[in-house]
Write a protein that binds this ligand. Structure first.
Ligand code: PAZ
Length: 331
């Protein structure tokens, strides 16, 4: 959805819009610890080596942002995103040797949990006669695999999970990550799969207390959320490899909109997907080609092929960037 002003014209985001968004946002809870964890994670991984090269770091964003309607929030606007794309992609990035900062909506899909039932704690475990907890035989293998893979990723220092709920938290944490990622230049990647709200209620114009239904029909004006892709590319982490996503429900406009996003925000690649087929097929658009990526059978993840392609393109990008750094040549 395009952000539109009252006249129906697309509204451009200015630096002042971005500044005012962050200035008026409620302070990020635990911001000191979030910044510390991100910094340490990036520093540690940029010093470590995988296959003779320094570890690459990707920030995967996942799930949908909420838009609170009250400061002491009772009601909020939400969207459909389950976080499946982000969680599954994280697993394939770790497998490819990447260190992953998984910026995810609280309560959405988590890496390595895809084969567990929805209420995994209650459905996967049972009490024995002497009241110890054990995995139910029908889920034991899936539980062991999930625990093993998750612990391996965390213990190897390849997975940092950071949760958000609101649009304010999401953008504040994204900014912290992006500014820290600047230090690793082209070895950093952004994989922006989160479904980010297009409209929000600015904090200062939000009701403090629960909106009363007795006051009659609710008339509320939502402001466009400033588009952060340009500032991410131009200021926060200009050398990082950036992939954004475009979701539409109308296939007729999908590729055109994805193309437009590629050019407007100077993304390196845009992944275009349709709501109803997003787990089966995506189209990856870059300035040089359009590649349809499909899963080959029902038990396969489309993310497997998608991440293979992105990892390959990222490697080419790093190679080119180092040539530019050595020769001063512009590519
Ligand atoms: O989270 P999920 O697996 O249910 O869906 C993934 C997705 C459709 C949110 C993602 O692929 C995507 O397109 N994100 C960007 C959405 C947008 O256009 O804002």
């Amino acid at each position: 959805m395009d952000s539109r002003n009252g006249l129906g014209a697309p509204q451009e985001t200015s630096d002042a819009d971005i500044e005012s968004f962050f200035e008026s946002a409620p302070p990020l809870r635990d911001s000191f610890n979030v910044s510390r964890k991100v910094k340490e994670f990036i520093e540690r991984n940029s010093r470590s080596f995988e296959n003779g090269r320094s570890t690459r770091v990707v920030c995967v964003t996942s799930g949908g942002t909420t838009v609170p309607l009250e400061q002491r929030c009772v009601r909020f606007i939400d969207n459909f995103s389950s976080g499946h794309r982000g969680a599954t992609s994280t697993e394939y990035f770790v497998k490819a040797g990447y260190a992953v900062i998984f910026l995810h909506r609280r309560g959405t899909c988590q890496p390595y949990c895809g084969s567990l039932p929805e209420d995994s704690l209650l459905d996967c475990f049972e009490l024995t006669e002497d009241s110890t907890v054990q995995a139910c035989p029908s889920h034991a293998e899936a539980v062991k695999r999930a625990i093993r893979n998750h612990h391996a990723a965390v213990e190897e220092g390849l997975l940092l999970k950071l949760p958000y709920t609101t649009i304010f938290e999401y953008l504040q944490i994204l900014r912290v990550i992006a500014i820290s990622m600047r230090s690793i230049g082209s070895c950093g990647m952004f994989y922006l799969a989160a479904a980010v709200s297009d409209f929000y209620v600015p904090w200062e114009s939000m009701a403090e207390h629960k909106i009363q239904s007795a006051a009659g029909p609710l008339d509320m004006r939502l402001a466009p959320v400033p588009k952060m892709l340009s500032v991410l590319r131009n200021k926060w982490a200009p050398a990082a490899f950036c992939i954004s996503f475009k979701l539409e429900t109308d296939p007729k406009i999908l590729l055109e909109k994805a193309d437009k996003a590629l050019r407007k925000y100077k993304m390196h690649m845009v992944v275009a997907n349709e709501l109803s087929t997003r787990n089966e097929e995506v189209v990856v658009i870059s300035s040089s080609d359009r590649i349809a990526v499909r899963r080959e059978h029902q038990n396969e993840d489309v993310e497997k092929h998608l991440i293979d392609l992105l990892v390959e393109r990222h490697a080419v990008y790093i190679e080119k960037s180092s040539t530019v750094a050595l020769t001063g040549e512009v590519v």
